[in-house]
Write a protein that binds this ligand. Structure first.
Ligand SMILES: Nc1ncnc2c1ncn2[C@@H]1O[C@H](COP(=O)(O)OP(=O)(O)OP(=O)(O)O)[C@@H](O)[C@H]1O
Length: 217
């Protein structure tokens, strides 16, 4: 099967800072579940942001969904087909209510208000979050916000899901719920996480980001 993503010799540095990525290579095929771990600051979040074009490599090539992706225009389709769940849910959620936050993406993709409402209901039901439907987003707990951020991304039906530390600061029952939700998904997955049991439970391939490069393990 053709890869969904192929990253070749990717280098990246934030302006005026030492290199974060120094020759990353990664091929992701449909259905794979890839886990990435590594020390704080090793560049895991940076790697996810590069994959959807929120950052651009300083060198190297990124092929996604069968085409090289270089400039902003190239990434529109990548972001339609790839959902990034940010480490901080507050980067994802910006509407007054949970329903509006989850409807935002589907509306942007052209769904009518009625279609988007149906998508919201379906997504909430799928994640067992119906009780949060009418809640004010900024009054949710941290764990609830995280689940709603995941719902907001899943509502857009991405083919590839990029998860940045999804279990950070979750209590045991919420973490277990999230693990069940993620286990049941059929999306191709890239999971960045310090949570070793989560990585073991979910991933089919394991990498460590160290000194700017991805190594198996
Ligand atoms: N916008 C930015 N400007 C400058 N430096 C940044 C920026 N964002 C991140 N960095 C730095 O780049 C390096 C990689 O950060 P990144 O967030 O990708 O690491 P990470 O592996 O995801 O870390 P963690 O495990 O702590 O989430 C760190 O040294 C970080 O301080």
């Amino acid at each position: 099967m053709d890869p969904l993503f192929r990253l070749t010799d990717i280098h990246f540095a934030y302006p005026g800072r030492p290199p974060v990525l120094a020759g990353v290579g990664l091929t992701i095929r449909p259905g794979e579940r890839i886990a990435v771990h590594g020390a704080n600051g090793s560049g895991k979040s940076t790697l996810l942001q590069l994959m959807v074009g929120l950052l651009r490599p300083t060198a190297g090539t990124l092929v996604a969904f069968g085409a090289p992706r270089c400039v902003e225009r190239d990434f529109h389709v990548v972001r339609r087909r790839t959902g990034l769940v940010f480490q901080d849910a507050d980067d994802q959620l910006f509407c007054p209510t949970v329903t509006e936050d989850i409807a935002f993406g589907p509306r942007n993709l052209g769904q009518s208000p009625a279609q988007a409402r149906a998508t919201v209901e379906h997504t909430l039901a799928r994640l067992g979050l119906e009780h949060l439907r009418d809640r004010v987003t900024h009054r949710l707990s941290g764990g609830e916000r995280r689940l709603v951020a995941l719902a907001a991304v899943l509502a857009m039906a991405p083919e590839v899901l990029l998860l940045d530390e999804p279990t950070n600061a979750l209590d045991a029952p919420t973490r277990a719920r999230l693990l069940q939700i993620l286990t049941d998904l059929d999306q191709t997955l890239v999971l960045v996480s310090h949570d070793s049991p989560l990585r073991q439970a979910l991933a089919t391939r394991h990498y460590r980001l160290d000194q700017g490069r991805l190594e198996a393990g």
